[in-house]
Design a binder for this molecule. Structure first.
Ligand SMILES: Cc1cc2nc3c(=O)[nH]c(=O)nc-3n(C[C@H](O)[C@H](O)[C@H](O)COP(=O)(O)OP(=O)(O)OC[C@H]3O[C@@H](n4cnc5c(N)ncnc54)[C@H](O)[C@@H]3O)c2cc1C
Length: 375
């Protein structure tokens, strides 16, 4: 059991924390994983839908990818339109590789597949268990947990992993700032379930002047609409009549990341370390990638390299999502007019289309050296 004697505490059993636990468990560790929630996120409130080829590569040694491929839908087309005019279409199948560039599966399902594999290693999250405080040196942190029965537990793990989301208590305890910016406008989301099957294989964005509505499949009968317009539900082009909103939400978009992803033996991964817009479907995928790199480096005794290796990847992804978000949130009618003329020309340039699609596949960050043939 290489290094399996080390006490590892993972805070947060979202996609990032579960992946960290699984990747450590399959290397012989027995991490403890806690979460303040009573269980995994309800499937109907899934935020992430897109799973990219890089994630499928990373989750292939644990065979979670096989399970994802059985349940998910391939995205075969991206389409941008302005009114009745199709500006351009892109085919993600153009990205060469073992896996298709992007598949669709609701985050709640993905988390349940990770949980299932984790239980094969007899590691189960401790639900309703809250990280209250982290004190002392970050080399040997002193952690206080609150258990479901209200009692406190104190421990000093060798390694503390903060996968505890955007408001991370671990990040605050490690005194790592979260610099960046929030976009002014809010974003609105509505998932509609239809009485008949819908086409789950394409993603579309409808550009208005100003504003946009994105259409993403959630499953074979449910579509997600994402918009910058508060009254967007009036403008939805429903595929069939009789749809019913099953989840409605709104949120602000932030672009933030820590300057360092570790201090001593305290490590951050996923939304605890970086947040950005959902454009490009990168957030959960990037968190899963952090978790896989962290488990690999810990098992190699090279945890000190983690931050230096991940920060450039995080910056690449934030830059890409910022650019995509700027394209769909611009308000000046002259600039949006120019975008509508220039974007169809730009995506006909193979270099531009390939770069965009490789980003969506997650191939713009360094490949995992522990997986043979990974790109
Ligand atoms: C509308 C929308 C669409 C998105 N679409 C995509 C997409 O298509 N693809 C994609 O890759 N990403 C997408 N994302 C981003 C993605 O949802 C997040 O990046 C992802 O959920 C981050 O996972 P995480 O495990 O790092 O954090 P979280 O999912 O936030 O999990 C953190 C966990 O930590 C627990 N926790 C917090 N504090 C404590 C504490 N003190 N003690 C114990 N437990 C604690 C919480 O209960 C939670 O379960 C989208 C986001 C939004 C808002």
């Amino acid at each position: 059991m290489p290094g399996g004697h080390r006490d590892i505490l993972i805070v947060g059993a979202g996609a990032t924390g579960l992946t960290a636990a699984l990747e450590l468990a399959r290397r012989g560790y027995r991490p403890r994983i806690i979460d303040s929630d009573p269980g995994p996120v309800p499937v109907v409130e899934s935020r992430a839908l897109g799973i990219n080829a890089r994630t499928l590569t990373l989750l292939s040694p644990s065979r979670v990818s096989d399970a994802i491929l059985q349940e998910s839908y391939r995205v075969d087309r991206f389409r941008a339109r302005s009114g009745e005019r199709v500006l351009f279409e892109l085919d993600p199948g153009r990205v060469a590789g073992k896996f298709h560039a992007i598949q669709i599966l609701a985050q709640g399902h993905t988390e349940r597949l990770l949980l299932g594999k984790l239980s094969d290693y007899e590691v189960e999250p401790e639900w309703q268990t809250v990280l209250e405080r982290v004190e002392g040196s970050m080399e040997k942190p002193h952690v206080v947990l609150r258990r479901p029965d209200g009692s406190a537990e104190e421990l000093e793990p060798d390694i503390l992993i903060g996968a505890d989301g955007a408001h991370s208590a671990v990040r605050k305890a490690a005194q790592l700032g979260f610099p960046g910016e929030a976009l002014e406008s809010s974003f609105y989301l509505a998932d509609y379930r239809y009485p008949e099957p819908i086409d789950p294989h394409y993603v579309e964005i409808d550009l208005f002047n100003p504003g946009m509505i994105g259409r993403l499949p959630v499953s074979s009968d449910t579509v997600r609409y994402l918009s910058t317009l508060p009254d967007f539900e009036r403008k939805i082009r429903h595929p069939v009549a009789g749809g019913e909103a099953v989840w409605v939400s709104n949120f602000r978009i932030h672009f933030r990341h820590v300057d360092r992803m570790s201090v001593g033996n305290v490590f951050l991964a996923g939304d605890a370390a970086h947040i950005h817009s959902p454009a490009g479907a990168r957030g959960m995928n990037l968190g899963i990638e952090d978790a896989c790199w962290l488990a690999y480096l810990i098992s190699e005794g090279r945890g000190r390299e983690y931050s230096g290796r991940r920060i450039p990847a995080v910056k690449t992804v934030l830059k890409q999502t910022y650019a995509l978000t700027s394209l769909v949130t611009m308000r000046n009618p002259v600039v949006t007019g120019l975008r509508n003329v220039l974007s169809p020309i730009a995506v006909r340039i193979p270099f531009v289309a390939n770069r965009l699609l490789r980003g969506i596949a997650g191939y713009d960050t360094p490949p995992p050296p522990w997986i043979d043939g990974a790109q």
